[in-house]
Design a protein around this ligand. Structure first.
Ligand code: SF4
Length: 330
């Protein structure tokens, strides 16, 4: 049985996507010859018993809605005026306790929209008007799904061949084998979210450890891709200074921060509605139940905590790399 088939309890395919080349390719990679045919992905993805259900299914569907959304105010645009995100895959194989997807989607099912070609057509039109920057891993971790979808390669190819298009692929994945095989360009940025191992162990379930992520950073840089380091979200725990200082020591013993494109810093924040959903779903979660402060529709740490953490991270960075290009989510 393929690793992917073992990961999913069931595989569902929308009737209208059955004959798509993309659908056939993903089913083959998933080792699935007998998908369950459905009319609409929402019949499974949005089902009422999803909450609290530990099952995870794979769903292949067409995107019936928008292919690109304008970036939310709490997301960083990294100086790009026209910033969008793609909902091409919904949900993630990892299980970070703080992930907003837990407040956004009812269950754990992963839905892959197989009509990525339609997304590219929307981009063709947008690029006629202005340069476009897309965050392609907004609702998932595409690197972790690359063996299944091949979408990282598609986005990198587009960046290479479209001068007015750039893409960010954000990841916690430790895969090192993909970078040397991907089309390299200055407009495909791999953004690695790094956390201290204490945070990974407690709150980023299923994700690779810091060492694994640093190895992936090294491989992406070696292949020639611009790399972004994301200390975002920073999570408040007891002795947080010690944990973040230790992480920085480990990172800078291996990576020269002068060589990364930029660094993003941000403490945890989340929309009111998503946090409300998460609190209902996860009554015992330290992250969900923390007494955040609500500010203009978003929950965040009290200012004194937020500033202490973000300023401390800036100090750590400037100690190691005084000229680093840093972005603060505010
Ligand atoms: S890796 Fe990102 S998308 Fe995946 S669960 Fe963690 S925070 Fe969510």
């Amino acid at each position: 049985m393929s690793m992917w088939r073992a990961l999913f309890d069931n595989v569902y395919v929308e009737k209208r996507t059955l004959e798509d080349a993309e659908t056939k390719r993903i089913l083959e990679r998933a080792g699935c010859t007998d998908p369950i045919v459905i009319e609409h992905y929402k019949d499974v993805f949005d089902r009422k018993d999803s909450e609290g259900n530990s099952e995870r299914s794979l769903i292949l569907a067409h995107n019936p809605g928008k292919h690109l959304y304008e970036g939310a105010p709490v997301c960083q645009s990294f100086g790009n005026e026209h910033f969008y995100y793609s909902p091409g895959v919904m949900n993630c194989i990892y299980d970070c306790e703080y992930c907003f997807l837990k407040g956004m989607y009812p269950g754990r099912d992963i839905c892959i929209f197989t009509d990525i070609g339609e997304t590219f057509k929307v981009l063709d039109e947008l690029e006629k008007e202005h340069p476009v920057y897309v965050c392609a891993s907004y609702n998932t971790d595409l690197n972790a799904l690359e063996n299944l979808t091949g979408y990282v390669e598609k986005w990198c190819e587009r960046a290479l061949t479209h001068p007015d298009f750039s893409v960010e692929l954000r990841t916690k994945c430790s895969r090192t084998d993909i970078y040397s095989k991907l089309p390299v360009s200055d407009r495909a940025v791999f953004a690695f979210t790094l956390s201290p191992d204490e945070i990974i162990r407690r709150f980023e379930k299923g994700t690779p450890d810091l060492e694994g992520r640093i190895r992936a950073v090294e491989e992406a840089m070696k292949a020639g891709f611009p790399v972004r380091i994301c200390f975002d979200p920073m999570i408040y725990v007891r002795n947080w200074r010690e944990h973040y200082r230790g992480m920085m020591e480990t990172l800078t013993s291996r990576i020269d921060l002068h060589m990364v494109r930029d660094i993003s810093i941000g403490t945890f924040r989340i929309s009111d509605q998503y946090l409300k959903n998460m609190r209902k779903k996860m009554p015992d979660s330290e992250i969900a139940q923390y007494p955040y402060i609500s500010d203009r529709g978003y929950y965040q740490y009290p200012e004194v905590v937020r500033l202490a953490m973000e300023d401390y991270m800036k100090e750590l960075i400037s100690d190691k790399c005084s000229g680093a290009r840093t972005f603060d989510w505010r």
